[in-house]
Design a protein around this ligand. Sequence first.
Ligand code: NAP
Length: 302
Amino acid sequence: MAAKLIKGTEIREQILEEITAEVAEIKEKHGVVPGLVTILVGENPASISYVTLKIKTAHRVGFNEIQDSQSEDLSEEALLGLIDKYNNDDAINGILVQLPLPKHIDDKKVLNAIDPDKDVDGFHPVNVGRLMIGGDEVKFPPCTPAGIQEMIVRAGVETSGAEVVVVGRSNIVGKPIANMMLQKGPGANSTVTIVHTRTQDLAAHCKRADILIVAAGVPGLVKPEWIKPGSCVIDVGVNRVGEKISEKTGKKIAILSGDVDFDAAKEIAGYITPVPGGVGPMTITMLMKNTLKSLKFKLGIA
Ligand code: NAP
């Protein structure tokens, strides 16, 4: 294999250790720890397992974590009331509303009600604007793109002057990571192209990428011949392509695959992320980082 594997599982451990040490230091100096609340409405099994992992991670790094579970029939007004309560709670630095919400609740209205200074997911229009301006304006970069940038930087890949091609233009991955990579500053300064379903020659764009970030949700979309030899390939895609029995638990689990033909691509690229174990573990990690940052902004030590 030619490529160096960029393992999200390993980088996650480093970052969580850094966060744990910083939380302990702040606790000693200032007598406070970051407070994170997760609001879960209903009992969607995927949401429950995701929230459970967030809680476990928050406890591990020493946060005060509150899980606020509400029944499926909670009204929109009541949910907005809860958000208002946490917006005004001094012990809370980050507010997360787990999506999807039940159909009778307007997601946009709810997410926009979160105080932008506690919006650790980074999806509030104010934080999207701050990200676009860049530099010191940025408070909470959205977690998956922030994780991608962190992986590129920690792997030692040069971004300044690099041709970055992003496949996908979603608001949660494609657009923000493209914006982050073109900013003036460390870990960025790249020349960025975004491609999507209306792009005329996807292959030609991918072939000139020094850093290829693929977030399409289409298994095997990126062919090995589209990869520039020695380039860095970040595969964000998480696609269920089958089922198998887990050796650990004996239960049925999904077989996951990315958007890149990994086995062939790893022989051509210089760096590559696996799926699973690549970008996936970085999202919750960066959520912890944003929550810690929120407390640091409040204490004036960020
Ligand atoms: P999304 O909202 O469905 O957006 C997909 C984007 O890819 C769209 O912009 C779409 O173009 C483009 N696209 C789809 N098929 C394409 C094709 N054949 N050629 C060129 N462009 C194509 O998806 P998303 O939310 O960004 O997620 C993308 C993938 O990343 C998914 O597999 C998701 O599960 C995964 N993901 C992983 C993490 C994580 O690991 N932590 C987090 C978020 C997402 P159009 O705009 O033209 O339709």
